[in-house]
Design a protein around this ligand. Sequence first.
Ligand code: ZN
Length: 236
Amino acid sequence: MARNSEGALVLFSGGQDSATCLAWALANFDRVETVGFDYGQRHRIELAVRDDFRRSLAVRFPHWAARLGADHRLDATVIGQLGASAMTDPIAIEMAVNGLPNTFVPGRNLLFFTLAAALAYRRGLRVLVGGMCETDYSGYPDCRDDTLKAQQVALSLGLDRRLTIETPLMWLDKAETFAMARDLGGEPLLQLIVEETHSCYLGERSIRHEWGYGCGTCPACDLRAHGWRKFKAEAA
Ligand code: ZN
């Protein structure tokens, strides 16, 4: 894919998926900015690793550094005023009767894309990039391809400016996401993603596994660990 002169805004949380998307955007767009949301998440570690990851990425990949523009941090703490979830409050992770885990924060991605679109409008960026995926995922309805396609249309109409939502991981499982990182930036990018991104729902960062830091048992760690083992088995 030839590099795109339209700028991209990456929804960058500091996790494996959005970090891979950031690398993908840097490989495909001339100008890339990032946005992160503070929605009162219980564990602030994701927000903390964002800066470190961006800095390390720029140091290790100088050809990408020139394209990596501003980082934006937006306050989305209004999410916490709407009700409790295992992501924002000290309650145990469990399945709800609707089949969704209580880590689901209703409206979160819809709100994030709306805020990102407004920011992109102000910044003159045409493409929003998100790490949503409906292959290895928790069933969140706002991560589904149909939801995001519909939101792309709604945002483009509501802003009267054509915006594209790119979700390069939508049809990849976690093993394929690790493979994408390797293909984009080789072993250095893979190691950076393992070492400096954070996925664990419990905010655990003192236990290092071969796939990175985390408690090793929450649904996010489970997906990441399983994906890593599958990736290594396929690469062997
Ligand atoms: Zn965990």
